[in-house]
Write a protein that binds this ligand. Sequence first.
Ligand code: PEP
Ligand code: MG
Length: 316
Amino acid sequence: QASAQLQSFDGTGATADGHAVPLLANVGGADSARRAAADGAEGVGLFRTEFCFLERDSEPSVEEQAAAYAGVFDAFAGKKVVVRTLDAGADKPLPFLTDSTEPNPALGVRGYRTDWSNPGVLQRQLQAIAQAAAGSSAEVWVMAPMISTVEDSEAFARMCADAGLRTPGVMIEVPSAALNSRHVLQPVQFASLGTNDLTQYAMAADRQLGSLAALNTGWQPAVLQLVKHAVDGAQLAGQRPVGVCGESAGDPAMAVVLAGLGVATLSMSARSIPAVSSVLRSITLAQAQELAEVALNARTAQQAQQQVRAGLPILD
Ligand code: PEP
Ligand code: MG
């Protein structure tokens, strides 16, 4: 049955009763964006801009950056593209932004924080994004990684306004931002949950260590409680839409839980989209909400996953 549904995949995300959950792609540049568009992604939920410049030892010019961004916008003309500003550091070092001598890079000057060590780089990137957006019909949203406080989100919203970018957002991937989302999301328009880092920081387990994989899963009830808290806070902050762009979004059973928790969009590797679409179409929103409750109340990650899968016969 699942494979029959895969063949009839029409490219949109929705539950059986028609609650839309757009399925977006994570991309790293124009090539992966074109492949994702061909695979049926409804837009881009995470454009990892640092992937365009991993080989560079000096900052790319505004023109070079604008050209790289335009390649992705062109692949999704008329569609939403969420651009993430450079997330340099830890697992993604960029020689022109990050200090390779930090003792704990995952807890160091990474993501948005590099604006403090290298002022000007973020403003120039926002200028390049605005320039590329002006020449394209894509609906460009822009978000900062590794936001931890209200001061961070306020400063980022101001910088976006100065660059003429009208839809600023933040990633929620640090537990402090998830816990304080009702305030952190007030200055911005939307949030995207980075479950990879949120899990790493909630569980104090390095995401790069295979030996800690059992800890590093979005099925951990503590991580799901953080997700719920972040989504509920986003409502209090003025009904800010919350997407998910970490690995969790591409796990079909987890996608159901996230939809049930009130997540508005799911962004994943494009090849995961057909399977996630099939499973979402096999349940109603009310069933997704029930399964989200089951997962939230589970004692262990393993039980959360098993109990949710047991409620999804399409996965048998
Ligand atoms: C995340 O942390 O979940 C995320 C989507 O970003 P990245 O994997 O690029 O850190
Ligand atoms: Mg991250």
